[in-house]
Design a protein around this ligand. Structure first.
Ligand code: ADP
Length: 407
């Protein structure tokens, strides 16, 4: 069953065409810089020529049309009719408290996504634009929304409530939500599958370390805590996001630097994290290479990044009262042995021991066990595949209208 997976940002549309029953990607691509003088278009089919082009694409609807035209008319002849696509899965960042599962999209769902605009002003509006544009072009196909927050809806109130007046939660739903849900879900499921561990008895700490980064505590297949909070800004130090901060720091900065309050948003989201600490780069590859050349601030940024991972892992050992496995995933988690090793150094008190050779030699893109044979806790690298989760969810909901793999 062919599923088109759509991930819309404010100026980009990413897509993956997936044969869901075989869990196989047929083609993926992106339209970037939508609305700029020229947009960049990339298509990468499994078989056939990769395309990179520039075009004038002024909105998300035109981007969707470009993608469908390519799939229909390229030399690769990827589909012969739009009706070959049997479902469309949309990544939606924020489902608030309304969605514990993926859902078939109807007007009510679209209204609910709109209601969550205030919670994710950078993400939900383009997500909805993508849904509307795709529905216009593929009106006879079921469209499914898969939420980044859904997997974390099992977090208990003692972990999701902040210590602020309760009326703020009741009035404005200010609470911890947690993000990267599809990734934490996917890699934890891969771990259960691979090791034949019963889901109900297994405790896993999953570390999604990309430009955005978060850690989840998972017990019995359900999320119990997430390092990300009300927005994806909190928790770990990230590429350009600050992660956790004493809120008083903000008042202090506004006063001392004479900054308007709204400039803090850009500072914390785009100029902080690894970039802010190093003053050099947000990309981990650049930081590792400069640190190896002796750059002290790049080394410090790496140290802070790894220490925060370790802090959360330690805390989630307590949350779960033990842990069967720690899983690393996403760009840094899958590709940077140095970061994995540093994040888990001196954790023998918790029974965590990495095998340095296994860790160093772990092949990117492969699932690899990197803990030593004597480690009480397994440590794995498991490549994530959020698009596949979206495709499978969309396929299931499109064929059995009341089922979802989330439950
Ligand atoms: P996003 O959150 O944008 O999806 P990714 O999961 O693609 O991010 O991760 C991007 C991060 O992964 C960047 O910091 C990049 O430097 C890092 N990364 C990718 N490959 C390597 C590598 N070989 N070594 C170290 N870091 C890497």
């Amino acid at each position: 069953m062919l599923v088109l997976v759509i991930n819309c940002g404010s100026s980009s549309v990413k897509y993956d065409l997936i044969e869901a029953s075989e869990e196989k990607e047929i083609c993926h691509g992106i339209v970037e810089r939508i609305g700029a003088v020229t947009s960049i278009v990339k298509h990468e089919p499994l078989h056939g020529e990769k395309i990179k082009d520039t075009k004038v694409i002024s909105n998300h609807g035109e981007a969707l049309q470009e993608i469908l035209d390519y799939l229909l008319t390229s030399d690769a002849k990827i589909i012969s009719s739009p009706s070959d696509i049997k479902a469309v899965g949309h990544r939606v960042v924020h489902g608030g408290e309304m969605f514990k599962d993926s859902v078939l999209i109807d007007d009510e769902v679209k209204d609910a996504i709109k209601q969550a605009f205030d919670l994710a002003p950078l993400h939900n509006p383009p997500n909805l634009k993508g849904i509307q544009a795709a529905q216009e072009r593929l009106p006879d196909v079921p469209h499914v929304a898969v939420f980044d927050t859904a997997f974390h809806q099992s977090i208990p109130s003692k972990a999701y409530l902040y210590g602020i007046p309760n009326r703020l939660y009741r009035r404005h739903k200010i609470r911890r939500y947690g993000f990267h849900g599809t990734s934490h879900y996917y890699v934890s499921r891969q771990y259960y599958k691979m090791t034949d561990k019963p889901k109900s008895k297994t405790k896993v700490i999953t570390c999604h370390l990309g430009n955005g980064a978060s850690i989840a505590a998972i017990e019995g297949g359900e999320s119990r805590d997430s390092s990300m909070g009300f927005t994806p800004l909190s928790g770990l130090v990230m590429g350009t996001r600050s992660g956790d901060l004493d809120p008083s720091v903000l008042f202090y900065i506004v006063e001392k630097e004479e900054l308007p309050l709204n400039s803090l948003h850009a500072m914390l989201n785009r100029h902080s994290g690894l970039l802010g600490l190093s003053g050099y780069a947000s990309d981990m590859r650049d930081l590792i290479s400069e640190a190896q050349n002796g750059d002290r601030r790049c080394q410090q940024a790496i140290d802070v990044f790894c220490y925060n991972i370790k802090r959360y892992i330690g805390s989630y050992f307590a949350t779960l009262n033990g842990c069967d496995a720690i899983v690393f995933t996403a760009g840094i988690g899958e590709n940077a042995p140095l970061i994995r090793e540093k994040s888990l150094e001196n954790l023998d008190a918790l029974g965590v021991e990495i095998d340095p050779k296994r860790n160093r030699e772990a092949e990117p893109g492969k699932t690899v066990k990197i803990s030593s044979d004597s480690s009480k806790t397994d440590v794995y690298v498991i490549p994530t595949n959020e698009e596949l989760v979206i495709a499978i969810d969309a396929a299931k909901l499109a064929t059995a209208h009341d089922q979802s793999p989330w439950v």
